[in-house]
Structures are given as structure tokens and as C-alpha cells.
Design a protein around this ligand. Structure first.
Ligand code: ADP
Ligand code: GLC
Length: 501
């Protein structure tokens, strides 16, 4: 069977430029698909830091501009795992210090519409054979709002290659003033409810959600949640209609294999389910690092972007109760100054028991997860979430709101604690279950073992994406159509249409 050729369009790749979970997905999923024999190549912007990190880039192609989108050059490099990486460069857009989306001071770049239209247009250039490459994709797989215009440019340019849009977070939409459409080469007729228009603005995510052949999101529960008004961020109607046509699928992410408490080089003490002494030793290291007093009580960890979505105001409200019951809290995060200040104030009230580190620090993140007995994730919504999977691997039982991917990846009472009422009382009720477990050594050990035994690798997700690509291409593999008996054993649980049927 011939290899499927996929162009994976993303604004972040871990190891090169990363702001959150999308970067990790963009590193892990293509690798797992390559291992299945898919010829997958990544396209991302040539940010200054990306160019600096790559030892050799072959700048071969020139791509034309459109409207106010500048012309660009296309580079090609090899990632350490052998994956081919295409880079779209337009120095006026990408040659600057900062994150993929913001200045070093945290303000969104004012020309993000042009920056990510340039990314999407480059994808259409490659798919349309306009990039001078001797390679054409069978499928173009774009991610989140920065890749959202990809299926749109392809449709307007008459490029017949099937497209997938993966939504990692429907709350980030890339909405810009209506007048910007003239800068982006958007045809007037497409500024319509059946097109890129969203409440009088140009919306990149709406465009992708409308024009893509198929939409995926990163968990089955979130796929169903975004078809409802409270969770669809205004796009629930569109998502509902895609779901009704069988064109909305939820596929749970994996996590990187390096999340292994027996080998992680960032941990001062290694451990495994049969020897958990190292876990206690890591907890002591975390306590010393955060200036917390020595304690025999449970350590609750938080590693998170500090944004409203993550519900950490509930932790601030429950803090007295957690500390009053003998718990301590170790927090590492970066994000909105308001959330940072709220957590710092909480920590000042309990200096010996709550420590907050503001910053992005992967070694420290891994140490906190390794040392924690429990991980707090009261997210208001969570499309997938990687932290709760990392936490289970490290025996830090997650205490989480039963939403999105948290509900899909935590086995309540077995590998963690889920709560449904999103209030400080709801969170505390789950924490009280955790305290009881902590004081019952046999139960605690059984839950830790169950959590650490879960693998959360990328293989399952990669198989689902390949199955979807084949379905879109009308090239089903043997595995896509198992005999009826096998189908019972391995249902396509990820297609919410099929699940609902
Ligand atoms: P989101 O993408 O919404 O931020 P995820 O749970 O999907 O949430 O992914 C977050 C990833 O970023 C996890 O791998 C987590 O360990 C990591 N992370 C979050 N905040 C920090 C931080 N301050 N320092 C280091 N790693 C972090
Ligand atoms: C987004 C979501 C998070 C998800 C990640 C990767 O950042 O907020 O839940 O895990 O994307 O898909």
C-alpha cells in the first residue's frame, strides 16, 4: 500500500518554539505517524529562535505574496528523528524576539493576521504545487487558528486536496477586524456566515472549521462539548452541523515517552511502581526549592499556564482548607499577571505551606510532578490536557474537573479524582477523598500503581489519525474495516456521530 503523504501545518513544535500543549502534539504526533509509515512533513514559521536552533536549513523555494501578505522563502531542514521540516520565512513577519504569538512583554503581535495568513498561504502553495518541491501532499492537516486559513486558501484556489483542521482550543479563534480581509486576499463573497465571517469579524478558526474537509479536536468529550452553547465559544452551531455530517471527531492526545519516572534525567531521584521511595525524596527536594517546611502530609502540585481557563481561583479559595488539613501546594506557572498575583497573595498567606514559582521551566515542572502526591486541575474546560497524563505516569494522582479530556483520561477513584460541580466546595470534596486515600497506605499504593501503569503513548492517536486520513482519501486499510466481530472489540469510539448512533 502506498504511503500517505501529509503536510502538518502548525505554529509551534516542542524543541524549536513552544507556548503550550500544541507544541508537544506537533512534536509527538508526526513522529508516531512516521513510525506507522505515513510520509508526514511539518510546516511552521521560521521564527528567529527556530532558525537559531537548526544546524542546517536549505533555502530553496520562493513563494509569492498576496494582497498585504509578503512574499516568502521556503526552507527545508531535518529534525533529529528524521522528519522533514518546511519553514516559511518572511523576515518582516518572523525575524523578532518573543513567543510565537506575543512580544517578550506579553502583548499579542499586531500583525498576527499577516503572520499566520502567511503560514496558511504557504501550506496552500505547497499543496497546489506552487512551492517548487518535488513532493505533493495527499492530505493537509492544519492546527488551531494560526493554520485556520489553510483550508480556505486551498478552496479559493481550487486545490482539491482533502484537509483536516484540529482544534486544540476553540476559545482561541484569531478574530480580526472585517477590513483586514482586504489585506489577506479573502474574496468578498467569502465574507459571509458561510465562510470566514464571525460576528462581523474575520475569524481564522471559523474559516478552518467551515472549509476543512474534516474537523477534529483533542478528546471525544470536548468534541461533544463544543457543539453546545456554553462550550462552543460561539462556534457551537457550526460544530453541531459538522458533527451531524460525521465530520467532527475527538482523538485523545498522547504524551512523550520521556515522561518516565524511572529514567527522566531531570529528576534527582528515580522511582517506579515497585519502589516509590524516590517519590518522597523528590517531594523533599521540591519543598526545599520552594522554601516549604518539612512535612509528612500530602503535596499537591500545579504546573500550568496561569489563565482563567485553568480555574486556579478555585485553588486560591480552597487553599485554607487544604493547608488546614495538613496539605501543602507547589505551583509552577506563567501567564496572566492577574492570576500570577492571585496565587502569589495566596502563597504569602501560607508562606510555609504554599510555594509559587512564576516561569516556564521544564526540569522544574517534571520535579514538581514527580514529587507531588496529587495534581490539581480544576480547569473550567480542558480540550485534552497533557498534565493529567504526565501526572498519572508519575503517580501524582490528578484531582480534576470532569470536563473534556480530563474526563476521558482519568479513571475516577482508580487513577485520580474527578469532580463535577465547579465550585471551591466541589474541588474540596474531591480533595477530601484524596486526603482519605493518602491516609490509607494500601489504597494510595493501589491507586498510584494503577495510574503509573497507564501508558498514554502516541500510538493509539496516530492509528486513529491514519484511519481518518485513509477514510478521507477513500483508501481504507484492512484495519479500517475490521470484520464485524473485530469491530465489536475495537469500536470507533472516537467518532462522536458513530458513538451517538
Ligand atoms: P495547555 O496546552 O492548555 O497549556 P496542556 O496540559 O495540554 O495545557 O499542556 C501543557 C504542557 O505545558 C504540559 O506539558 C506542561 O507540563 C507544560 N507546562 C505548562 N506550564 C509550564 C511551566 N510553567 N513550565 C514548564 N512546563 C509547563
Ligand atoms: C490546548 C488545550 C489543551 C490541549 C493542548 C494540546 O492547549 O488547552 O487542553 O491538551 O491544546 O492539544
Amino acid at each position: 500500500m502506498s504511503a500517505i503523504k501529509v503536510l502538518f501545518v502548525t505554529s509551534e513544535v516542542a524543541g524549536l518554539a513552544k507556548a503550550g500543549g500544541l507544541g508537544e502534539v506537533s512534536a509527538g504526533l508526526p513522529q508516531a505517524l512516521s513510525q506507522r509509515g505515513v510520509d508526514i512533513r511539518i510546516l511552521m514559521p521560521a521564527y528567529q529562535e527556530v532558525i537559531a536552533k537548526l544546524p542546517a536549513i536549505d533555502w530553496s523555494g520562493e513563494l509569492p505574496g498576496r494582497a498585504a501578505i509578503p512574499a516568502g522563502r521556503l526552507g527545508q531542514a531535518l529534525l533529529p528523528d528524521g522528519t522533514i521540516l518546511y519553514l516559511i520565512d518572511a523576515p518582516s513577519l518572523f525575524n523578532r524576539r518573543g513567543t510565537p504569538y506575543c512580544s517578550p512583554e506579553g502583548a499579542d503581535w499586531q500583525d498576527n493576521h499577516l503572520r499566520f495568513a502567511r503560514l496558511s498561504l504557504a501550506a496552500a502553495d505547497i499543496a497546489g504545487g506552487r512551492a517548487g518541491l518535488d513532493w505533493l501532499p495527499d492530505i493537509v492537516h492544519a492546527n488551531d487558528w494560526p493554520g485556520g486559513l489553510t483550508p480556505a486558501y486551498m478552496r479559493w484556489d481550487g486545490i482539491q486536496v482533502p484537509t483536516v483542521l484540529t482544534i486544540h482550543n476553540i476559545a482561541y479563534q484569531g478574530n480580526f477586524a472585517a477590513g483586514h480581509r482586504h489585506l489577506l486576499g479573502i474574496p468578498d463573497a467569502a465574507f459571509d456566515v458561510n465562510g470566514v465571517e464571525f460576528h462581523g469579524q474575520v475569524s481564522f478558526l471559523k474559516a478552518g472549521g467551515f472549509y476543512a474537509s474534516h474537523v477534529t479536536t483533542v478528546s471525544p468529550t470536548y468534541a461533544s462539548e463544543i457543539t453546545t452553547e456554553p462550550n462552543g465559544a460561539g462556534l457551537h452551531g457550526l460544530m453541531e452541523s459538522r458533527a451531524a455530517c460525521g465530520q467532527l471527531t475527538g482523538i485523545v492526545n498522547g504524551i512523550d515517552e520521556s515522561w518516565d519516572p524511572g529514567t527522566d534525567p531531570h529528576l534527582p531521584h528515580h522511582f517506579d511502581p515497585d519502589d516509590l521511595n524516590g517519590k518522597q525524596a523528590n517531594a523533599d527536594v521540591v519543598r526545599i526549592g520552594l522554601c516549604l517546611r518539612p512535612s509528612q502530609g500530602p503535596l499537591f502540585g500545579i504546573v500550568s499556564r496561569l489563565v482563567h481557563q485553568k480555574g486556579l481561583d478555585l485553588v486560591a479559595e480552597a487553599a485554607n482548607d487544604i493547608v488546614g488539613n495538613g496539605g501543602q501546594i507547589a505551583i509552577l506557572g506563567l501567564g496572566d499577571p492577574e492570576v500570577e498575583h492571585m496565587l502569589s497573595r495566596t502563597s504569602r498567606r501560607h508562606r510555609d505551606d504554599i510555594g509559587v514559582l512564576i516561569g516556564f521551566n521544564e526540569p522544574m515542572a517534571r520535579r514538581i510532578v514527580a514529587g507531588s502526591d496529587f495534581t490539581l486541575m480544576p480547569s473550567r474546560f480542558e480540550p485534552c490536557g497533557l498534565t493529567q497524563m504526565q501526572a498519572q505516569r508519575y503517580g501524582a494522582l490528578p484531582i480534576a474537573h470532569a470536563t473534556g479530556g480530563l474526563a476521558d483520561t482519568i479513571d475516577d477513584g482508580t487513577t485520580g479524582f474527578l469532580f463535577s460541580t465547579l465550585t471551591p466546595e466541589g474541588l474540596m470534596a474531591a480533595c477530601h477523598r484524596a486526603f482519605e486515600t493518602y491516609h490509607d497506605a494500601g489504597h494510595l499504593e493501589a491507586m498510584r500503581r494503577a495510574a503509573m501503569a497507564r501508558s498514554f503513548g502516541w500510538a493509539g492517536a496516530a492509528a486513529e489519525y491514519e484511519r481518518l486520513y485513509r477514510r478521507l482519501l477513500g483508501r481504507p486499510s484492512a484495519a479500517t474495516h475490521p470484520p464485524e466481530s473485530a469491530r465489536d472489540a475495537e469500536p470507533d469510539t472516537l467518532n462522536i456521530m458513530e458513538a451517538a448512533a
